[in-house]
Write a protein that binds this ligand. Structure first.
Ligand code: SF4
Length: 465
């Protein structure tokens, strides 16, 4: 039994160049990025002459130990934590993906989704490529392998000019580490420095853990090649509008990370403040469902003056249980993770501060347990507008059927969940809270305006995988 609420993250990537403890640093980097993917993980390393790899299903500390990490030799390493958005959740789809072609070995770790994956894959198969996995990330390696004889730099430029969609990647040859990010910049990717070595990570929280210094972000559209005597930045695309995924701020990224130039904690707090300004509510206290709503709840309470309480307590040690609960254990799935505190909730008017509603079934179960604990009134404020459209750029709500707001009004959702009132933050309110240029975000899951239209067959690829 797997316990999950809300959208799940896509993936996290990490890379090291020029450090004697490359694999171990990658392990810790992935450990810090675990929230971005919990299905599988892997590390590939290089001594400059030979490549070593270890991958498996499960969490980072479940897959790696001192023994297998010690066998990952070399001063270069890349790693990946995965939640599958394309490709099945099986061991062979664990990344980094490694391929040898024409005497060259390439390994890739990818966060995002290619929107022209089906088209490219069909084309490559016609030309004789044989795919080992169902991952769209493998397409990137095949494209690169086809052009590698022209030299790494030229092969990279040729490859990124063919792929479309969202990609924040680390790629490794025996001698080099390459970081590259799509020109829209959907997913974050940052560059750090530790001793004499370079570090690349999905989020800055991974740099903090290994005490690397955050130098800058990898720019949207940038290819950064890191070698023994080079740090070469190539920008093959003309400037285009950036469309950062605003959901990274709302839900995905860790609050201690700084992404797209802003600290996530601070943005979440401002989202909470905006909600308090837009929807003044009279209540005894406000509370989050920890942990995702915590920071917006702090902002909401500071702005509204309503006290903050923790009306439910989270069990941090919940993983997966394969033992079915006994029949008398009602609402087991909810309570095992979040248990209501009856003494706090009894006869109270409560405001729940939440980050988002996807299917609403978990919210419904949670509200039921709060009513049973004695809450008199339950209001809910959501720190983004209703999620109405699927995401094609690496987040797991890939069909609108998974989103309750796609075909239900706010009033209907309120009634379904069993709330006294339900308020969503407005789109302008959400954008203002980021503190960034309002034109720099992807908002497709809210307004249906896709910065890159998926090519025909894209959803088919999703459904098949
Ligand atoms: Fe992020 Fe939504 Fe755009 Fe997907 S559609 S990239 S979740 S903002």
């Amino acid at each position: 039994m797997k316990f999950c609420h809300g959208p799940r993250e896509a993936c996290g990537v990490f890379g090291v160049f020029g450090h004697k403890d490359a694999a171990k640093l990658t392990y810790f980097g992935l450990y810090a990025l675990q929230h971005r993917g919990q299905e599988s993980t892997g590390i590939v390393s290089s001594t400059g002459k030979s490549i070593y790899e270890h991958k498996g299903m499960g969490l980072v500390p479940e897959v790696f130990n001192e023994t297998n990490l010690t066998g990952l030799y070399g001063h270069i390493a890349i790693g990946h934590v995965r939640y599958s958005t394309t490709g099945s959740s099986v061991a062979k789809n664990a990344q980094p993906f490694v391929v040898s072609h024409s005497g060259k070995t390439l390994a890739i770790a990818h966060n995002g989704n290619l929107t022209n994956a089906r088209e490219l894959r069909n084309d490559l198969e016609k030309k004789g490529s044989i795919f080992q996995t169902t991952m769209d990330s493998e397409i990137i390696v095949h494209l690169l392998a086809r052009n590698i004889q022209k030299g790494l730099e030229e092969a990279m430029v040729q490859t990124v000019s063919q792929i479309q969609g969202a990609y924040s990647c680390v790629l490794m040859t025996k001698e080099k580490l390459i970081a590259f990010r799509d020109p829209n910049g959907f997913r974050p990717l940052c560059l750090g420095l530790l001793d004499e070595g370079y570090i690349v990570a999905s989020e800055t929280c991974a740099l903090d853990l290994i005490e690397a210094q955050h130098i800058r972000d990898i720019d949207p559209g940038e290819i950064l090649i890191i070698g023994e005597d080079e740090l070469k930045s190539i920008k093959p695309f003309p400037e285009r509008r950036k469309t950062f995924c605003i959901f990274e701020y709302i839900y995905f990224a860790r609050p201690d990370s700084t992404i797209f130039g802003r600290n996530v904690y601070a943005v979440r707090k401002r989202l909470g403040k905006k909600m308090a300004q837009e929807y003044p509510i009279d209540a005894d206290f406000a509370m989050p469902f920890p942990d995702s709503g915590n920071y917006a709840a702090i902002g909401f309470c500071q702005e509204s003056g309503i006290p903050l309480e923790m009306g439910v307590i989270r069990n941090h040690y919940v993983g997966r249980t394969f033992i079915e609960p006994v029949q008398s254990m009602r609402d087991f799935e909810v309570k095992v993770k979040l248990n209501p505190v009856k003494e706090i909730l009894n006869q109270k008017r409560v405001v729940i501060v939440e980050d988002s509603i996807v299917r609403a079934t978990t919210s419904k179960m949670r509200i039921k347990t709060l009513r049973e604990a004695g809450a008199w009134e339950i209001h809910m404020v959501i720190s983004c507008p209703p999620l109405k459209h699927p995401c094609y750029y690496g987040i797991d709500f890939s069909t609108s059927g998974e989103l309750i707001a796609s075909d239900h009004s706010v009033e209907e959702i309120k009634n379904f969940i069993g709330l006294d009132s339900l308020c969503y933050l407005s789109l302008p309110g959400m954008l203002e809270a980021t503190g960034l240029d309002q034109d720099s975000f992807c908002l497709a899951c809210f307004n249906g305006r896709y910065p890159i239209q998926p090519k025909e067959g894209f959803s088919k690829l999703y459904l098949e995988s």
